[in-house]
Ligand binder design. Structure first.
Ligand code: BG6
Length: 293
């Protein structure tokens, strides 16, 4: 059991590498490396209680990213209780040496009232022997009425960092982005890498499958690899927005950055019986081992 009696699953590889998953939200809340060091940020003020989504870790935004639609912000998957899937269909990933858990989410009658589409969402969370964390989402349209549905999606990952002014994000140079702070106007990234000097909230479009977050002070680089997810959101709330969030400490913005593998600009459409796969692979390497693209 985790906080407030919520169910959680712990995945382990050896004595120190681990990940924790709450069934509430199908939400990864911890990912530790071979030194037992935490790699994900979770706010000290996070509320581990429905219906508020957990502030930090890896919230799943489905079937809607942010307010791109009429649903609650970031959709409802992050505040539903998922179940352990004991009989998943075969996943196209080798699992021999990985610790993993399969979860499933299906809509309740209440969910169908706000989003009238029947689906099966299977989520596999796997931890590799070297500590890589892999999330595979498979979403199937199970509508019996013959209707397609469309959704937007994000793995809203909160990375733990030494200091927001010490990091840079590489892999998004020269790309177009929508700026959430300027009515989603479209701009083209000009800099060599993204650095942070104030609030930043952008949706980068059509990004490469690999993005790096380089933490100079920690001498650590996070490598984000994604599949089926063309976009990437980069977010830091900075001081003012941090103060405005009840479940986030005033100074915590310095220790986190969100880099989110996403499908936003072009929603995913599934016909009945069709399935979509969206993958996220995270690794943390000493910066000296990281040689860029
Ligand atoms: C980011 C959005 O993905 O999530 C931001 O780009 C938003 O605009 C942030 O503020 C946090 O959202 P929430 O609903 O978890 O507070």
């Amino acid at each position: 059991k985790g906080a407030n009696g919520l169910d959680k699953v712990v995945l382990r590889q050896g004595p120190r590498i681990s990940a924790e998953v709450y069934l509430y939200g199908g939400h990864v809340t911890s990912w530790k490396d071979q030194f037992g060091e935490e790699l994900l940020f979770v706010s000290n003020k996070a509320i581990f209680k429905p219906p508020k989504a957990i502030r930090g870790g890896i919230p799943i935004c489905f079937p809607q990213f942010s307010n791109f639609g009429h649903l609650e912000a970031h959709g409802f998957a992050r505040n539903k209780i998922w179940t352990v899937d004991t009989d998943p269909p075969p996943f196209p990933v080798p699992i021999s040496s990985r610790a993993y858990i399969d979860l499933i989410l299906k809509p309740t009658d209440e969910d169908l009232k706000i989003w009238p589409h029947s689906f099966e969402y299977r989520l596999r969370i796997a931890l590799g022997p070297g500590g890589d964390l892999m999330l595979t989402s498979r979403i199937r349209n199970t509508n019996a009425d013959g209707k397609p549905f469309s959704f937007t999606f994000a793995y809203h990952t909160y990375f733990s960092i030494s200091d927001i002014s010490e990091i840079r994000v590489e892999g998004l140079e020269t790309l177009d982005y929508l700026d959430n702070l300027q009515d989603r106007a479209r701009f083209t990234e000009q800099g060599d890498a993204i650095v942070f000097e104030s609030e930043l909230d952008r949706i980068y479009l059509g990004t490469p499958s690999k993005i790096a977050i380089i933490d100079h002070e920690k001498k650590r680089t996070f490598v984000v690899r994604k599949g089926g997810l063309p976009d990437a959101v980069v977010w830091n709330p900075w001081d003012k927005k941090a103060k405005a969030m009840a479940d986030f400490g005033d100074d915590e913005y310095k220790r986190m950055v969100c880099v989110e593998a996403a499908a936003i600009e072009k929603p995913i459409t599934l016909k009945p019986g069709e399935e979509w796969t969206g993958k996220l692979e995270l690794s943390a390497v000493p910066s000296s081992y990281y040689s860029g693209q």
